[in-house]
Design a protein around this ligand. Structure first.
Ligand code: BGC
Length: 749
């Protein structure tokens, strides 16, 4: 899709004059109202709701959850004391919009935010899996489908994309982002923003994007959610900030600040990240919303005395909207009256919020057509997009002796495992509007390829629980079969927010199930579903073929079957490394060399055996960034660096021939990496700088050419400003981060 360059810091004069007119008419209390997101619903017993949901899912029934409105909320809206709500129920949203628009003094519509993270009713694979498609056009379409479905329910603001770089698979929220790499993260961030907003935000069928969590949240210590972050400014600038900048350049007009601190200063009241970088350096005019109750949590962080103090710190640092801590609603006007907060700071925050509301066209069409959702949700186009995304997201990690693809009708199959006939867990984390009843199970998918007489399905064990399990039925099924398909992995509640893990192996009794089944001696295909990279070295040895299928959304089951039986040739590649052992974490391809790299033998005058390694594992992960197999083979030859010497203003041009030397058509994700060999600060041993998907018929060859402006080869220099330094670079075109054809070029001063 053609990239549209949006100048995010150029304001629309027509909108600015409407904003200023409105602002001039607002009372202090109305101004504060625009900066408040509040829950319009009565408190809910979430445990009871989850139980009802689980029951409905067990019975294969759709689950509908109705929340009761707070009796005092109408008066709050009429007085203009709330500007933002979170809901997904069109009837209620219309009702509340009507109060705000028709009942309040200045008729200002509400922003309706919601977490639509990987699809709405049509649930796509989790974002980490979506990234493994390396297909930004597809991910843009998926985000667009989500906007169509969610906006039909009255949602106009999406708390997505999550653009946090994550290099620690213990962190449960690695599921919600694109993985470990800033370049890929930028591409996915832009794709999602474009998909949510397109260039007609005002059409009423779009959602304003809100990249989150600004910033550094993926670097929480020990991968424990909400934990401390202590990042160097250089890593912050070169790794964690770029996806946010990319999202803003693609037109995102808001961001959500992060729960975590960075080096002692929480993201909710961090003047450096919120003011110096966002406002001064980037001159970004968008809205910052806090994360949920994060303003209140400044008290627990220990930087605020109480909620009032926390509110003061947050507004002064640059958080425009308070998400549900109640601090701004209760104290902001008072803080202004006491002159602890200048009115200009509040005015600027209100301007930003109004800008977003005008930009969305909410003043022109605040209401939504009821009944529209039913005609849009789960339509054939979106369902087939979800299937395509699931196909492209799955990563083949092992395929001994070409066990896969299986030939339909040739082998008797034993389908075993807690995720084989499972719907709920395939939806993945943050699938609030997803329905288990909409999900294709793997069993269903496989039944489309095999008669029942060739298939035995046994659960084997549960996803959770440590009670002893009788594996005899699973073992008997394996003995009777020619091939065993084991569908193992994590349940939905094992990743996502506040769901970090320290042991990243198979949960519950699943390893024992695998051991028992493996003893039957039949070839094993393992379909591994998860919300993160897992640490499963023993499993990798035990099975003959391994497909990382993630939590793949409503079409995951069909997609797995299509891949196992060869209707679809897998093309996904990992975007976060799979460690060999938890002790390697963080392990990522773009690490630094160190003074004593593992492979340093013979490269220094002292050939010391003291190197940067562990005694008990190699440095490389089990499966590295960018890797993934296909049912065909791709051969890389003839790297041509067309610009071996080029000026600082030049553009690197490099190409290679890729040939499909196997017997099947397939798609290869071709990757471009560079290394800046000598610079004033240390640089990663490899950096992704380009990628493309190439579809090739058997025997077909294509020359893949990348162009890369030298100005994109820079980094934060000694003084932290962005700099591109002349000198020698290495360049690779290859199938993953660990291999490829190597060349060199020089950037002239
Ligand atoms: C999460 C955010 C989310 C927000 C609103 C928070 O707990 O950290 O990612 O957007 O809730 O639901």
């Amino acid at each position: 899709m053609e990239e549209k360059s949006i100048h995010y810091n150029q304001l629309d004069p027509a909108i600015e004059s409407r904003v200023n007119d409105l602002l001039a008419k607002m009372t202090l209390s109305e101004k504060v109202g625009q900066l408040v997101q509040e829950n319009p619903f009565e408190a809910v017993d979430w445990m009871a709701v989850m139980k009802q949901k689980a029951l409905a899912e067990e019975q294969g029934l759709p689950f509908r959850f109705h929340q009761e409105l707070r009796p005092d909320f109408e008066a709050i809206l009429l007085a203009g004391r709330v500007g933002v709500i979170n809901s997904a129920e069109v009837g209620i949203i219309n009702q509340l919009q009507r109060k705000a628009v028709e009942g309040s003094h200045l008729h200002i519509p509400l922003l309706v935010g919601h977490d639509v993270i990987h699809g709405f009713r049509t649930v796509f694979p989790i974002p980490l899996a979506e990234a493994c498609t390396w297909d930004p056009e597809l991910i843009e379409q998926a985000a667009h489908a989500a906007a169509e479905e969610a906006s039909a329910c009255g949602i106009n603001w999406v708390f997505s994309p999550m653009v946090d770089i994550a290099r620690d698979p213990r962190w449960g929220r690695i599921a919600e982002g694109s993985g470990e790499d800033p370049f890929l993260g930028m591409a996915m961030a832009k794709a999602q923003v474009r998909g949510y907003q397109r260039d007609d935000l005002k059409s009423g069928r779009r959602m304003a994007a809100c990249p989150k969590h600004y910033v550094g949240y993926g670097a929480v210590e020990a991968g424990r959610d909400y934990n401390t972050v202590d990042l160097s400014e250089r890593t912050l600038r070169d790794v964690y900030l770029p996806p946010f900048k990319a999202a803003f350049e693609a037109g995102a007009g808001s961001t959500m600040s992060a729960f975590n601190e960075i080096g002692g200063v929480p993201g909710t009241c961090n003047p450096f990240t919120l003011r110096t970088i966002l406002r001064q350096e980037w001159t970004w005019p968008g809205v910052v919303i806090s994360d949920f109750n994060a303003i209140g949590e400044l008290v627990q962080h220990g930087v605020a005395v109480d909620l009032k103090d926390a509110s003061r710190l947050s507004i002064l640092a640059g958080v425009d909207i308070d998400m549900e801590s109640g601090g701004y609603a209760r104290y902001l006007a008072e803080l202004v009256e006491e002159k602890a907060v200048p009115i200009e700071v509040v005015d600027e925050a209100v301007r930003r919020v109004l800008r977003l509301k005008f930009g969305l066209g909410l003043f022109e069409h605040p209401y939504n057509e009821e009944g529209l959702a039913e005609t849009i949700h789960l339509n054939a186009e979106f369902r087939s997009l979800a299937l395509q995304a699931a196909h492209e997201s799955m990563v083949l990690l092992k395929n001994n002796a070409n066990l896969l693809p299986l030939k339909p009708g040739k082998n008797r199959i034993a389908l075993i495992g807690p995720l084989a006939d499972n719907r709920t867990d395939l939806l993945g984390t943050w699938a609030i509007s997803g329905q288990a009843a909409d999900v294709d199970t793997v069993l269903q998918g496989i039944r489309n390829y095999l008669p029942d007489s060739m298939l035995t399905s046994v659960q084997g064990c549960a996803l959770t629980g440590t009670d002893p399990v009788d594996f005899s039925a699973a073992v008997a099924a394996a003995r009777e079969a020619d091939v065993v398909i084991l569908v193992l992995g994590e349940g939905v509640a094992m990743s996502g927010e506040a769901h970090s893990r320290t042991h990243l192996g198979l949960p519950a009794r699943q390893q024992e199930l695998l051991d028992a089944v493996a003893a039957a001696g039949k070839p094993i295909v393992c379909v591994l579903m998860s919300g993160r990279p897992l640490v499963v070295p023993h499993l990798v040895e035990q099975v003959d073929a391994l497909l990382a299928a993630w939590h793949g959304g409503i079409r995951a089951g069909q997609a797995v079957a299509d891949i196992l039986f060869g209707t679809v040739n897998p093309s996904g590649k990992l975007t976060a490394s799979w460690p060999r052992a938890e002790g390697q974490i963080p392990v990522y391809y773009a690490h630094k060399s160190t003074g004593r790299p593992a492979e340093s033998k013979g490269t220094t005058q002292f050939d010391v055996p003291f190197r940067s390694t562990h005694l008990d594992e190699p440095n490389a992960p089990a499966f590295g960034f960018g890797c993934g197999l296909s049912y065909t083979r791709f051969e890389y030859t003839d790297l041509v660096v067309e610009t071996p010497s080029l000026p600082l203003e030049g553009t690197l041009a490099v190409s290679a021939a890729i040939k499909n030397t196997g017997e099947r058509a397939g798609t290869e994700v071709v990757q471009l990496y560079i290394r800046d060999l000598v610079a004033s600060v240390t640089r990663p041993v490899k950096e992704l700088k380009g990628f493309t998907r190439v579809a090739l018929q058997p025997g077909e060859e294509q020359r893949v050419r990348f162009e890369l402006p030298v100005k994109e080869l820079g980094f934060s220099g000694l003084d932290m400003s962005y700099i591109v330094e002349p000198g020698r670079f290495k360049v690779w075109i290859g199938p993953d981060s660990s291999q490829g054809l190597e060349g060199e070029f020089v950037v002239r001063p």
